[in-house]
Design a protein around this ligand. Sequence first.
Ligand code: 6LW
Length: 509
Amino acid sequence: MQYRNPVIPGFFPDPSVCRAGDTFYLVCSSFQYFPGVPLFESRDLINWTQIGHVLTRPSQLPLQNTDSVGGIYAPTIRYHDGTFYMVTTNVTNGGHFYVSTKDIHGEWSEPVWVSQEGIDPSLFFEDGRAYFMSNGSDAQGSCILQCEIDIAAGKRISETKVIWRGTGGRFLESPHLYHIGKYYYLMASEGGTEYGHMVVYARGESPWGPFTAYAQNPVLTNRNLGGYLLQGCGHGDLVDDTDGNWWMLHLGFRQIHRWMMFHTTGREVCLVPVTFGEDGWFTAGEQGTARLVMQTGRIPESVTQTQKTHFTFADTAPCREWVFLQNPHAENYRLTADCFALRGTDVPLSSVSDSPTWVGIRQTETAFSLSVSLRISAQEAGVSAYMTNGQHYDLCVRPDGAGGYCLLRRAQLGSLVHEAPVIPLPEHAEQVTLSITGSPVEYHFSAAVCGTVHDLGALEAKYISTEAAGNFTGVMLALYAHAPDGAADWAEFSGFSLTVQPPPSGQCP
Ligand code: 6LW
């Protein structure tokens, strides 16, 4: 059969995967968003359902002063002895920690903090021991660090040692250790999470090494596939299925055009088969690359890959698809299946020192159409194609300062803020329907009020891309309210409709 990459589209970076019986579980990094660490479930590795988040309470997820390169970095999920563990780093507030649960559909524990340098912590369990690794550096350069911990107490019980120095690529990160057959395999990434990204590995006969690098590293990279839409492939984790086949879940992103090196939909989750040779070395993907369309004989023809393409308030949920910036102020949200009511505060969208009234859903494809009705209220309220606090395109209604209201389109591109067009609304206007239509290269804005449709023009996608913003996240389609003078009013959004159009697989280069 054939399947399409990404298997999870949209901003879901740094995947880690485990299997419990015949079910796979996957987690991703989440940076400044609350709740944190999206959690997915799958039976076949190509259809993933988001079952919630791992970090659902502010006590697990302090996000004060967190921006789009802060907060929650790459997590690892492992299943050991009936318990799930998720370990990650809150780079802004606290460092490495892990949480655990016996009920994957329930709540997770309070965090247990572990002090060790670096990012990208991982766990490896064997013979009653728990090994904790992360990336790090010393006088000789980048390295993978490992110590043994008492998992119940969260205490380090051995000294931290350097176990590998990688193959010389920059940003050695995302270590994971596996014991498969005769060898311990240490897999990691190098090259950075952009166009030079790659997966490398080494093997040894003990969890402490010494490790010998695979001679054909990198085992997976798209860095030499110029003009190919899927780029940045790296940061992977291995899992075996119940037939004994090995797979790698890894991140990749899709350029907006084959000759435009920009991406807006974030780092996404891809899947490639992994094959062990008789010599015990493994290969991954199609000759070491990940493709938008993969052929495999390992998944039965009876399994079909599906993708959710239509989203409404009724078939999505706050804290599942819908997330907040930093730790939200709950008193400013009334979210139901019919209506999202938001009460603005004086915290603007550009803030990183506090949480604005903002609720967003991922843009999972470059081609989409969104519309929502807004009941006009005494504050600014609208929709935003939001990459970071400094890079967003907004379509909103706000008081004009003379007792009326105006409709406007805003581009915030770093310190450049452009508000145009600004269209006065009729005095009796109560309701406006706001629309954004996305194509790979632009966002087009329009609004309908009192029977008139206003075309507010288009803005280029590349200016709010990750390459322009310099962030680790992807575009969120958000509803927001802002009351600069602190007016306490409710902006009511209803009739939300978001339809995304995956590219036809035949058109993938
Ligand atoms: C993550 C690191 C990386 O922790 O980017 O792609 C960092 N790899 O491994 C942030 O996502």
